[in-house]
Design a binder for this molecule. Structure first.
Ligand code: 13P
Ligand code: SF4
Length: 301
């Protein structure tokens, strides 16, 4: 922590000066998550909290689609992301033109779009979902068939929990697609009694081998309430680091995968973002209303 003291003190001061808040995703490193963030959580919590924020400036310590969602919900506030190149393989897997083709191919079938997408893709769809509410959103529509884009694995994992027919796209998270069922079986052998939690962006055969699956916030809550003696979180690496600091009595086994996009954010570039008012995230006014409608429809459920 001594290494970080100077940046943390500067960031806390800059937040006061600029009336800024820092929203950090659960995959941010502990010095960000525990050191400077005002609000932490999964994508759903960050979207919900973004609406309640009473600051002039929001710094989104996370990836671009999260900052864009915060901007959609706070058009009058300045939303900054410390590195514009913090993207997401899921967001990159589909365009608004692809969504238009899907609509043509499946007339009348509602399009549910994972929040890990660009505002343009959200605008072309009917409603958003996150990993924390996907099942609820699918079932809320009261229809026999839906399209769920772009994460093929999330769609297939949710399909196992509902009677609603789900048509998927072929996008994958480059972090979660790396976990294998064989790896999970190996973990059980190597670590007797281990409780295995998997993010629903993992392949279905991985989720099938796990004890429980849920969004990052749901995994964190599981650890806090069930207090497993030994646990593994099949997700991005910083997640275990952050949850472990809150639960020193739980043993964390750590095969994990790093998200190169999330790791673009550092204390140093958060400090620079506040000092230099950069990089401002904006949304094309031609699509902003439609994209906001898809997000707000989700938040209303
Ligand atoms: P959640 O935090 O919503 O579970 O999402 C995980 C993720 O990969 C976000 O990039
Ligand atoms: Fe995207 Fe996966 Fe990184 Fe999340 S962990 S930002 S879904 S690439």
């Amino acid at each position: 922590w001594m290494l970080f003291e100077d940046d943390i003190a500067a960031i806390l001061e800059l937040k006061r000066e600029k009336n800024a808040v820092i929203l950090a995703h659960n995959y941010q490193t502990p010095e960000i998550y525990h050191g400077v963030a005002d609000i932490v959580g999964d994508s759903l919590a960050l979207a919900r909290k973004a609406v309640e924020v009473e600051a002039d400036v929001i710094v989104l310590a996370g990836v671009h689609f999260m900052a864009e969602t915060a901007k959609l919900l706070n058009p009058e506030k300045t939303v900054l992301i410390p590195d514009m190149d913090a993207g997401c393989s899921l967001a990159d897997s589909i365009t608004a033109a692809d969504v238009a083709l899907l609509r043509e191919a499946h007339p009348g079938v509602p399009i549910i779009t994972y929040v890990n997408t660009s505002a343009a893709v959200k605008a072309a769809s009917d409603i958003c979902c996150t990993s924390g509410n996907a099942l609820e959103i699918v079932e809320s529509l009261g229809v026999p068939k839906v399209l769920m884009i772009p994460d093929e694995y999330l769609a297939k994992n949710i399909a196992r929990e509902t009677k609603v027919e789900i048509i998927a796209w072929q996008g994958h998270c480059e972090v979660h697609e790396l976990f294998t069922a064989e790896e999970v079986r190996g973990l059980r052998e190597a670590w007797p009694g281990v409780t295995i939690l998997a993010h629903p962006e993992c392949p279905p055969e991985v989720v099938a081998e796990a004890d429980f699956s849920g969004s990052t916030a749901v995994m964190s809550e599981f650890v806090g309430t069930k207090k497993p003696a030994r646990v593994v979180l099949l997700t991005e690496c910083s997640m275990s680091d952050n949850v472990a600091l809150d639960h020193p009595d739980v043993e964390f086994v750590r095969p994990c995968n790093l998200c190169p996009h999330m790791k673009r954010i550092s204390l140093r570039n958060i400090r620079e973002a506040l000092e230099q008012n950069r990089h401002e995230v904006t949304v094309d006014p031609a699509i902003a209303d439609d994209a906001r409608r898809a997000v707000e429809r989700m938040l209303a459920i």
